[in-house]
Design a protein around this ligand. Structure first.
Ligand SMILES: [Zn+2]
Length: 241
């Protein structure tokens, strides 16, 4: 039976620390699975934007390949779903790493849970996708336009990565850095218009989990082209969310 009074203080502290560490960094499965993930910590904001865009392009191409493989019956629906799952988890995680400039062991529990949530939401929209593809809903066989557009589908999926990237920026190591919200060329919802040109430190955006393309925006973030732009640290705050 474990008795506290027989337990040396130093060991007690070690035990407590190991429990805290386990709670904070619960990424053992990812550390092993994604040991090949690059280290993005030295990239500038511009370089990270470019890398996120590149990854989004690669992801969309790989999805397209999987759809073709399914249509050609090179893979079956179960394999298709499994590959989409693996691909989506990997790329959401990669763009998060690009946005945050963190490495996997540095991801804390709060972020891990939120990334897991985004992966879940992305995979939710892929349910029965294989069936719809095999039913021919995305191709025109008879000259009539298809019921759904494949390019639209890939754009929506690519958008999931864009969201994960902007979310990752909230977790960038420089918590005091000032971030300005800039709307892009798109129709804007009430939230984005209100937030446009507002400037706040990263940590304040983060405690509100407020970021471009977020699902908590009025528009749900799907067509949002807003982005964060870092501005010098001595820039005063502007706006009240
Ligand atoms: Zn927007």
């Amino acid at each position: 039976m474990f008795k506290l009074k027989n337990f040396p203080a130093a060991e007690y502290i070690l035990l407590a620390k190991s429990l805290i560490n386990r709670a904070e960094y619960n990424n053992d499965d990812w550390v092993e699975k994604y040991s090949d993930a690059p280290d993005y910590s030295d990239l500038t904001h511009e370089e990270r934007n470019k890398e996120a865009e590149r990854l989004q392009g690669v992801y969309e191409n790989k999805l397209e390949e999987l759809v073709e493989n399914l249509e050609d019956r090179d893979i079956n629906i179960q394999q298709f779903e499994q590959f989409v799952h693996e691909l989506t988890e990997r790329y959401i995680l990669l763009v998060f790493l690009v946005g945050s400039a963190l490495t996997i062991p540095q991801i804390r529990r709060e972020a891990r849970n939120l990334i897991d949530e985004q992966i879940e939401i992305a995979l939710e929209s892929s349910r029965e996708l294989g069936d719809r593809i095999l039913a021919g809903q995305y191709r025109s066989w008879d000259g009539n336009p298809p019921q759904r557009s494949l390019s639209n589908l890939f754009a929506v999926w690519g958008g999931v990565l864009a969201t994960a990237y902007q979310f990752g920026i909230l977790f960038y190591k420089k918590a005091r850095e000032m971030l300005r919200w800039d709307i892009g060329e798109a129709e804007h919802c009430a939230t984005c218009l209100r937030l446009n040109k507002q400037i706040h430190p990263r940590w304040k955006w983060r405690i509100r989990l407020l970021h471009p393309k977020s699902r908590i925006l009025d528009c749900g973030g799907w067509r949002c082209k807003c982005k964060f732009t870092p501005v010098p640290e001595d820039t005063p705050e502007r706006g009240s969310y």
